[in-house]
Ligand binder design. Structure first.
Ligand code: PLP
Length: 369
């Protein structure tokens, strides 16, 4: 039975699986008979060592992470990595240049930050309208770049890569914050992958970094030690106090993903859920509009406009008000783009998505002109 009568479609911090929340609640005051909350455990205790090592092992199993990759649990969020990536990797090659594929707000912010630490080459022509990914044949990749950076899923605009870019040996760096563990991927194709936890894999406070070992040791002198991947790897992410409770919650989410059938099962669900909403828009005969080109539509963050491709302010406002009354929460698009956005992360069930679709259908019938 659902403990809560609302459904959270937030883009993040986002819904967590019900069994994970129950588990955390049961253990809140007494973790495995210690009489202590995980929040109260020393990060050097045997109990926390078990939590962090099991969490890492479960992630390695879920993604089949090769042995020559380190897994780090860091603070500073996704934005912290916008700085940490260039601070650690810009010096990989003598030109101190990095290629950035900018496909939305988050990769734009990452590119902006990287400019502080080296030269940034924009692989795609600058645009304000992020609705598609230009064809690969038009990309301006620099073979002397230290790394190629992209964001697998742009949370605000809903632009998601359906493939892994080919970089001809230049290390590939990816921000997977908003689609991590929603589809299997070959880790060995990447130099570095990072994901802030608060969307698909836990609560805010921890960011997972998966990095190939040969990329360690290039940090600039000015790199803060807590962002130095080599130092953090050498200390198993315990150089200083890690975000202990967030690591624990993430571990519970990994357990849950395993129980559900792993990342492949998450992908199967994501396809079903997102196509439910995209198909509904398609069949709405101009009532609902999707701003995105079909080839790069996100399975995680589905943007919806009502009334016209640019949206209709009154109708969208009415939709959000009625949705909230009916228990469908946090459907408002990001303030920079407006409209509606349904985030369908792993914890949002197929049934909950069907309920949203039914609400959308009723709203359409009642408001069609
Ligand atoms: N990258 C992506 C894809 C995001 O969606 C976000 C936040 O929403 C970030 C990075 C920034 O993460 P943080 O707020 O943890 O710095």
């Amino acid at each position: 039975k659902q403990a809560r009568s609302v459904i959270n479609f937030s883009a993040g911090p986002a819904k967590l699986p019900e069994p994970v929340m129950r588990h955390a609640q049961r253990e809140m005051l007494n973790h495995e008979g210690t009489g202590l909350s995980v929040m109260e455990l020393s990060h050097r205790s045997a109990e926390f060592s078990k939590i962090i090592s099991t969490t890492e092992k479960d992630l390695r199993d879920l993604l089949d992470i090769p042995d020559n990759y380190k897994v780090l649990f860091l603070q500073g969020g996704g934005s912290g990595q916008f700085s940490a990536v260039p601070l650690n990797l810009m010096r990989l090659k003598p030109d101190h240049t990095a290629d950035y594929l900018v496909t939305g707000t988050w990769s734009a912010k990452a590119a902006q930050e990287a400019k502080k630490y080296g030269k940034v080459n924009l692989v795609l022509p600058p645009t304000k309208k992020y609705t598609s990914i230009p064809d690969k044949s038009t990309w301006d990749l620099n073979p002397e770049a230290s790394y190629v950076y992209y964001c697998a899923n742009e949370t605000i605009h809903g632009v998601e890569f359906q493939y892994i870019p080919e970089t001809n040996g230049v290390p590939l760096v990816c921000d997977m914050s908003s689609n991590f563990l929603s589809r299997p991927f070959d880790v060995s194709k990447f130099g570095l992958v990072f994901a802030a936890a608060q969307k698909n894999i836990g609560c805010a406070g921890v960011t997972v970094v998966i990095i190939r070992e040969d990329l360690l040791g290039y940090a600039m002198d000015i790199c803060p030690v807590i962002f130095d991947y080599k130092s953090q790897a050498g200390h198993n992410s315990l150089y200083n106090t890690p975000p202990t409770y967030s690591v624990y919650m993430m571990g519970l989410v990994f357990d849950w993903v395993k129980e559900q059938g792993g990342v492949a099962k998450m992908e199967a669900n994501a396809k079903i859920k997102s196509s439910t909403i995209y198909n509904l828009m398609q069949e709405s005969k101009g009532f609902y509009w999707c701003p995105l080109d079909p080839g790069n539509r996100s399975r995680m963050n589905v943007p919806v406009r009502i009334g016209s491709p640019e949206g209709h302010e009154d109708l969208e406002k009415k939709f959000l008000e009625e949705a909230a009354k009916a228990g469908f929460l946090q459907l408002k698009g990001h303030r920079s783009v407006g409209g509606i956005r349904a985030s369908l992360y792993n914890a949002v069930t197929v049934d909950e998505t069907d309920q949203l679709a039914a609400f959308m259908r009723n709203f359409m019938e009642a408001n069609r002109r």
